[in-house]
Design a protein around this ligand. Structure first.
Ligand code: ZN
Length: 267
């Protein structure tokens, strides 16, 4: 097992009862779905079950498939054989699944984690990664210099932690929303919608080697598709009652996908 003990950082070995144990006797049970909870703080974090299920349903409609395929291709073309890839903030495992199809022929070893237990539970059912864990991007249970590539799609990230776990020359692949992403949805929520702010792409310790934009129309054709999209975005928390009711009363929505894919190399 490559994931390490979150308490002492020691190597975890799996015993006959499937529990993961380090030499300092810290022990973590395997969940039924095969993941390990390596988050030290108790309680629930990250996306709740309702959001996870909305996203699973929306992504199952194929709306973000062009993005998932492109990310997987770029990852495949960047790594050598036998690479270790980390999907940091894997959600319910949609991008991990696409990634796994592309990189399996290269014999890649995939690690995936998310801070949301509900999300990891869904992800682990897909069995696309070699190891799944509940963990935080701010305290990744991995040794220094242990992975060749880190993937982060729309998930909070801590650049210093990413840098720590990557080998020299390793890649950090990130997808972020572009300026126009979901502008059609925002136009329904807000009286004066603003375009998304795209922050400076500089990250200390990394060299940006690729920046690619991907945009296409998203045509939602039912109230449930509109609802699923709304529920998987941060707007589900932030929107006023009126805005929320406006969106949930729609039975179609012309929208747009606008993504920016960034690939960094650790210098
Ligand atoms: Zn330990």
């Amino acid at each position: 097992m490559i994931f390490t003990c979150p308490v002492c950082g020691g190597k975890l070995n799996i015993d006959e009862s499937r529990a993961a144990k380090c030499d300092n006797r810290h022990s973590f049970d395997s969940a039924k779905q095969g993941y390990y909870n390596l988050l030290l703080s108790g309680g629930d974090h990250g996306d709740n079950k309702e959001m996870v299920l909305a996203r699973r349903s929306f992504l199952g409609g194929g709306f973000y498939e062009p993005l998932a395929k492109r990310i997987a291709e770029l990852c495949r073309d960047s790594i050598g054989n036998e690479a270790v890839i980390l999907d940091a903030g894997c959600g319910e495992g949609y991008y991990t699944e696409h990634l796994s199809k592309e990189v399996k022929p290269k014999n890649a070893y995939i690690l995936a984690f998310d801070i949301s237990r509900d999300a990891v539970r869904e992800a682990a059912k897909k069995r696309c990664a070699d190891e799944y864990a509940v963990a935080s991007s701010y305290h990744i249970p991995l040794p220094d210099f242990s992975v060749d590539m880190v993937l982060n799609t729309f998930s909070p990230q801590a650049p210093a932690e990413t840098l720590r776990v990557l080998r020299r020359g390793g890649f950090f692949v990130m997808a972020i929303p572009g300026e126009e992403h979901l502008f059609g949805l925002k136009s329904k929520i807000y009286d004066t919608p603003y375009k998304n702010e795209v922050k400076d792409t500089y990250i200390e310790g990394f060299e940006l080697i690729l920046r690619e934009e991907l945009r296409y129309p998203l045509a939602l054709r039912s109230a449930s598709e509109v609802r699923d999209l709304f529920m998987m975005t941060p707007y589900a928390y932030r929107t006023s009652k009126e805005g929320r009711e406006r969106v949930l009363s729609l039975d179609s929505l012309e929208c747009e996908a606008h993504f920016i894919i960034l690939i960094y190399k650790k210098v």
